[in-house]
Design a protein around this ligand. Sequence first.
Ligand code: NDP
Length: 288
Amino acid sequence: MSYQITGHTKLGGLLGTPVAHSISPMMYNETFRLLGIDYVYLCFDTAQADLGNLVHALRDMQVFGFNLTMPDKERIIEYLDDLSPAARMIGAVNTVKNENGRLIGHNTDGIGYMRSVADHEYDIKSGAMTLLGAGGAASSIAIQAALDGVPALHIVNRKGRSWNNALRLADEINRSTSCHADVTDLADETELRQILSESRLLTNATSIGMAANAGISPIKDSSMLHPELLVSDIIYNPRRTKLMEDAESAGCRTFNGMYMLLYQGEAAFRIWTGQDMPVEAIREKYFS
Ligand code: NDP
């Protein structure tokens, strides 16, 4: 199908910094082309931007919506008109829809992660989950896992910047869902071994193991890993992290963050257009 920008074409895009490396423009523009939707999606590096003025301009330009990446996912909230219930609980937004001039914030990171878990034939209700990290992505995964019915969630973070957010998340989950959530210090190896022995799903949502820190695992003692654990890393660069290597040596199934990226985009696309993304075609072209 041909794809031509016209006088009717609606604009959307990605705000944050850095953004130039993002797969999102390819993923969405190819989808618009395949489905004949008259939208175009660009990246806007917001390093120098006054976010408030930028959002006013986007509203005036009647964009169909936009995504946010670091560092704007929390800052954006004060400029929006409303939030989805999950985005309100998470306290961060990665997708904004323009509904007739009203900007509504959503968060699809957790939805994307949970779909990648389901792809691995794992039922989130079947056992306890240990989640490493309490930053932006971890918050979204924690809330979505609780909303989707995980019976017990162990949130693990160092006693650093995100520690208080870990406590807030556990409190929010215990008040608002039927999941039991608790918080463990990453440095407490005895407790970490105990919660991992009870868990069936381990998720690394810290940045430990990313390309800059490749070769480092958040689980220093790999004897804590056992074959009943499904081990996932939401990092996708590198595709195979040290945690995944250690887990595979311990007999665990593993997967990385590539499909979370695809599926959070699929969920954002549905919010904007009400249509299903042709996931197989996009996966084959950009995610294999
Ligand atoms: P944040 O900065 O919000 O959170 C980072 C988390 O990692 C915090 O819990 C932080 O703890 C912890 N952390 C960082 N360094 C260390 C360390 N040396 N030791 C222990 N803990 C550490 O980042 P995001 O949540 O946005 O992103 C986290 C990761 O997820 C990144 O690798 C990112 O690429 C990936 N990601 C993948 C997505 C996908 O679609 N696959 C989507 C979004 C993110 P503290 O704050 O207390 O220091």
